[in-house]
Every structure is written in structure tokens, then in C-alpha cells.
Ligand binder design. Structure first.
Ligand SMILES: Cc1cc2nc3c(=O)[nH]c(=O)nc-3n(C[C@H](O)[C@H](O)[C@H](O)COP(=O)(O)OP(=O)(O)OC[C@H]3O[C@@H](n4cnc5c(N)ncnc54)[C@H](O)[C@@H]3O)c2cc1C
Length: 322
């Protein structure tokens, strides 16, 4: 079966989750003797487009229309669904990012396809087309069988490995049939966090909670993050009190992350916080209360005062990188 992957890009660069999606789609195409096709919308140069071939894309379809440089879900969904039909794709793979989430359902509706979002397994095609998805903020799983002839899978970022499968870059430029009526919303202004590692992409995250007492102590989180090349995060009360921006708030009502290493400093480990971080590969909790719930979810725990422990860890992390 032909597999079409929506290759998400920001300012002409692909995200890590895009390469994960290409690898995921390529594995399905290979086992079903189909083609791995990537759809790229907006301005991306050929050097970057070719990167997708390194992970197994047989064909890269590029729609370079100025109107698509900014992400508008309705227009993007229309173009992606059009490409899927033209390429006879039976499976569509989209990364379950903010962007991916806002087009996956729309694309499925246009293609009359069954959809599974938050997918965390490769499809089991032994008896149908079964995939596992995370539900209830990651506290449970659901195995779903998609029975429609076209299937849309929105896969959870940071769940699947990226694998090299170098092919010749076969880039096709395509024009899209978009009109003003496809742009029911317009982007007026884009404000991006710059110069920082995006939380959802970070391999290591250092996170602080109310135990840090106030924003004036955040140098402890930032210094460790800098030493480890990590992103910074926080608990909900911390962002509610404006100690840190809301873009750093992780948990049930914030961002869900799955880094390789999550270091929680002065965070109790409430269930709503854990909902956003419990899928991290390794969790380290630093808390002065030995009964703090975080220790039950953590792989490593340090019982101690953050103001004593953190300077020592920062020093050790700095020494490691010199
Ligand atoms: C509907 C709903 C949704 C929610 N969504 C979220 C969410 O998305 N994300 C989220 O984080 N929360 C969320 N919450 C809030 C959540 O229930 C907790 O209240 C919150 O996570 C607690 O934040 P905290 O651990 O930073 O603070 P606290 O609960 O106050 O914990 C502070 C911790 O720091 C420790 N500590 C204190 N001093 C030190 C020190 N010197 N050194 C080391 N440790 C120290 C304490 O022992 C304590 O464990 C939600 C709540 C509700 C009801």
C-alpha cells in the first residue's frame, strides 16, 4: 500500500517528529510493497527536501505556494487530501503535533477515512489493521482496528525511532488548487520562542515546581539546562503565578513531553503533572519530602533540599562537558 506522510516543516526546516513519521510510514510501505511518499507544503529548499529521502521517502511532493507558507489548517487539509487521492495512498501518517492534530481529522473527513490519533504502535496487519493509542492522558491504552479502506494515523511524537534508509531524492513540484475561500482563518502575527530548545523536541528537560520558592531562583533550573543542553519546563502553579511563561507548563492541561531524561526539581508529582511527563524514558525527582508522590513515578530520586543539591549537580554537569 502507498503511504503518504505529511512532512511538517517550520521556516523551511523539518522537525524531528517529521523524520519519525517518515520512518514509521516507510516501515508500513516496505512491508506492504508500497511507496513511501512525503507531502511538503510551503517554502522549503531542495537541500532540505532531499533530507526526507535519507529516511526512506521514495517520492517527495512539494507544493510551493506562497499562500501555504503560513499554516492554515483548512487549506493544508485540502491540499494534503488531494495529494493522498492523486497518489492512491491507503495510509496517511501525520505526526500528532499541534499542527498535525489540527489537520488529521479534517484530512480523514475529506478522504472518508478511519482515523486513530495518539498512535503509539506500528500497525498489526495480521488480522485487519490494528494500532494502539494512548487514552485518558496516557493512563490507559486502546487497541483500535481501522476497517475503512483509507486510514489516517496521527502518531505520537518521541515514540518511534528514526531510521536511516537512504534513497535517491525524487522531488516533484506540484501546484495546489487553493483559493481565498480555503483560507477561512488568517494568521495576523506569529510570535515564536526563539533561541531555545523547543520543549516537545528536547531530549533532556529540566523542570521546576513550587518548591523553588520564586522566579528569582530559576537560575538553578536554567544553569542545569544549559549545562545539559536541555529545555526548561515547569508545573502549572509556577506558570499560573507567572514565575515562568505558560509555554513551559507541562501536564494534563499543558504540554505532553517524552524526553529521554526528565529532571523534576521541587515538584510534588501530582497526577495532573505526571500525565504530561510520565512517558519520559528516565525520570529523576529531586524533592526534600521523602513521601512526595513523584518518587513513585521516578527512576531515580534525590531526597534533599533543591538549594543544596542543585548547585552540586550543576557543577558536576558542567565538569562532564568540559
Ligand atoms: C484539572 C486540573 C488540571 C491540572 N493540570 C496540571 C498540569 O497540567 N500540570 C501541573 O503541573 N499541574 C496541574 N494541576 C495542578 C496539580 O494538581 C498540582 O497542584 C501541581 O502539579 C503542583 O505543583 P508543584 O508540584 O509545583 O507544587 P506543590 O504541590 O506545592 O509541590 C511542591 C513540592 O516541592 C517540594 N519542595 C519544597 N521545598 C523544596 C526544596 N527546598 N527542595 C526540594 N523540594 C522542595 C515539596 O516537598 C513539594 O513536593 C492541575 C490540577 C487540576 C485540578
Amino acid at each position: 500500500m502507498n503511504v503518504l506522510i505529511f512532512a511538517e516543516q517550520i521556516d523551511g526546516h523539518f522537525k524531528k517528529s517529521t523524520f519519525e513519521a517518515i520512518t514509521y510510514g516507510n516501515d508500513i510501505a516496505k512491508t506492504t510493497a508500497g511507496q513511501t511518499i512525503a507531502a511538503v507544503l510551503g517554502k522549503v529548499d531542495n537541500a532540505h527536501l532531499s533530507e526526507l529521502a535519507n529516511y526512506g521517502a521514495d517520492k517527495i511532493i512539494h507544493v510551493n505556494n506562497d499562500k501555504l507558507n503560513a499554516f492554515v489548517p483548512e487549506a493544508y487539509a485540502k491540499v494534503v487530501a488531494e495529494i493522498a487521492s492523486k497518489e492512491n495512498a491507503s495510509v496517511m501518517v501525520i505526526s500528532n503535533t499541534y499542527t498535525g492534530k489540527s489537520i488529521a481529522g479534517r484530512v480523514a473527513a475529506k478522504l472518508k477515512a478511519g482515523i486513530a490519533s495518539g498512535v503509539i504502535s506500528a500497525p498489526d496487519t495480521a488480522l485487519g489493521f490494528k494500532v494502539r493509542r494512548g487514552v485518558f492522558s496516557g493512563k490507559a491504552f486502546a487497541d483500535v482496528n481501522i476497517t475503512s479502506s483509507i486510514k489516517v494515523l496521527a502518531i505520537t511524537p518521541n515514540t518511534f525511532d528514526i531510521k536511516q534508509d537512504a534513497k535517491a531524492a525524487n522531488i516533484t513540484e506540484m501546484t495546489a488548487d487553493v483559493s481565498d475561500s480555503d483560507f477561512v482563518t488568517n494568521i495576523i502575527e506569529l510570535n515564536r520562542v526563539t533561541g531555545k530548545i523547543p520543549l516537545t523536541e528536547a531530549e533532556v528537560v529540566v523542570s521546576g515546581g513550587r518548591g523553588l520558592k520564586g522566579p528569582e531562583n530559576w537560575h538553578l533550573i536554567e544553569d542545569l539546562a544549559t549545562a545539559l543542553g536541555a529545555a526548561t519546563a515547569c508545573s502549572k502553579p509556577v506558570s499560573d503565578m507567572h514565575w515562568r511563561p505558560h509555554s513551559e507548563h507541562v501536564g494534563q492541561t499543558g504540554i505532553t513531553i517524552k524526553p529521554n531524561l526528565y529532571i523534576a526539581v521541587g515538584i510534588s508529582g501530582a497526577i495532573q503533572h505526571l500525565a504530561g511527563v510520565s512517558s519520559s524514558k528516565v525520570i529523576v525527582a529531586i524533592n526534600k519530602d521523602p513521601e512526595a508522590p513523584f518518587f513513585k513515578a521516578a527512576d531515580y530520586g534525590i531526597v534533599g533540599d533543591a538549594f543544596e543539591v542543585m548547585p552540586k549537580i550543576i557543577e558536576a554537569a558542567k565538569a562532564l562537558h568540559h
